[in-house]
Ligand binder design. Sequence first.
Ligand code: NAP
Length: 259
Amino acid sequence: MTNLQGKRIWITGSSLGIGRSLAHELGTRGASVVLTARNEETLNTVGREVENLGGKVSIKPGDVTDLERMKSIISEVESEWGGIDILIANAGTHIPSDPVQFDVDEYLNLMNINYGGMLRCMEAVIPGMLERRSGRIVGVASLAGLRGMPTAAAYSASKGAMINFLQSSRFHLQDHNIGITIVNPGFVRTPLTDKNDFHMPFLIEPEKAAQIICNAIARERSEVSFPFPFSWTIRLLRIIPHPIYNWIMTRVWRRMKNN
Ligand SMILES: NC(=O)c1ccc[n+]([C@@H]2O[C@H](COP(=O)([O-])OP(=O)(O)OC[C@H]3O[C@@H](n4cnc5c(N)ncnc54)[C@H](OP(=O)(O)O)[C@@H]3O)[C@@H](O)[C@H]2O)c1
């Protein structure tokens, strides 16, 4: 088990929700956190909260769709702190998609933030990790990335892309002592899910999600899916034959439409 105390950890999307709770949890565990999101004011508030919990903080506002900014954040952190040990690529969003009202720009925009955002942050941190022959990349994907879900065509695609990219990258990066942890949360209560108007099964609090994610990082796990009952339901849905999956999800979709 890796002790996260003193580890230099870059968390994207750390102004709200899961990212904010991760910053708190890692601050409590004595890590040094670099906080990135677009809203600098909210980041400053989270930074003060983390310092009060005992963590060291560096505020680096930025948009994960801006590669040059992601690279400049890392060069600033390399000169201030000597580098990043762990990247948590968490910044992301969800927009429900209805392919009857097809909107390619919206779908590609979601891909650019969720999947493209992770790629840009990886491009920024990997050279330093290769040089130090040490590092870990944590991608916050989703259970929705494991199989296509109703209303989530674009979101499931972006999270599936993250999962597959990281699973494949693992083979190359592990030779350089860079580990990969893929995180697949179910429903977590955050400003993102506060917008949902449907029942969210097995909804958990962001503090609980942050604890599970930090434990998985400390244990250098390759993949973690939670919460337990929901993740096993989704895993089962993943392995059952397509006709049975389609039959079940058609009924789920009809029920969602009628509510
Ligand atoms: N909540 C869930 O149930 C759930 C389930 C599975 C997976 N996830 C994933 O977990 C991650 C965090 O979700 P959340 O629920 O905590 O969402 P959230 O409450 O909406 O927070 C999203 C965070 O990402 C930042 N962000 C969004 N777009 C950004 C961009 N272009 N550049 C930089 N930062 C950006 C936001 O800050 P700014 O607006 O200030 O930039 C905010 O800090 C996402 O990747 C999400 O897909 C969430």
